[in-house]
Write a protein that binds this ligand. Structure first.
Ligand SMILES: [Mg+2]
Length: 178
């Protein structure tokens, strides 16, 4: 009798182990990597944004309007997070900027995300031109880049990309059924 119980437990355990292993294969780490400027923040809608950046004025980053109704975007992102997606922000600093300006831009970007309750698990505010895949490559899994810059999207090697010159909200909603 004892032997058959042991056998049954072992059988169940093996089945459980198999399910655990399969689960990992079905749902590897999934990450959404968001750009900021021109993707969620309307930096380029700020009058004189380029002149301001060249003069190392952080105002356009601070005053940029959100490109979406943020309560709606955040709701979709929270649902995606509930389905196992991690959210990263990978955004370039200003072109040819000084260390002093980098500090101000980093602060402006972090405060912008906080002000608009943007939910993220990690953030990379990196030198202009940085290969974005290098920032989150270590996580592996499947990673989708959401970015308005076609060249940056072309250089993405970790999964799919979403063209943020289109409405990203409707595309992200479709991901809920992924
Ligand atoms: Mg951009």
């Amino acid at each position: 009798m004892k032997k058959s119980v042991d056998f049954f437990i072992k059988l169940c355990y093996n089945k459980y182990r198999k399910q655990e292993i399969n689960k990992k294969e079905i749902t590897p780490m999934r990450t959404l990597v968001f750009d900021m400027d021109g993707t969620i923040a309307d930096l380029y809608g700020q009058v004189n944004w380029l002149a301001d950046l060249e003069a190392e004025n952080p105002a356009p980053y601070i005053n940029a309007e959100p490109l979406y109704e943020m309560t709606m975007l955040n709701e979709v992102l929270h649902l995606l997070k509930g389905q196992g997606w991690r959210i990263a922000v990978t955004s370039w600093l200003a072109k040819d900027s000084t260390k002093e300006y980098d500090v101000k831009v980093r602060q402006a970007k972090r405060e912008w995300l906080e002000r608009h309750d943007f939910p993220f698990d990690e953030i990379h505010l990196v030198k202009y031109g940085t290969t974005k895949a290098n920032c989150t490559r270590k996580h592996g899994g499947y990673q989708i880049l959401i970015d308005d810059n076609a060249t940056v999207r072309k250089g993405w090697t970790l999964g799919a990309t979403i063209d943020a010159t289109q409405n990203i909200l409707t595309i992200l909603e479709k991901l809920l059924d992924f």
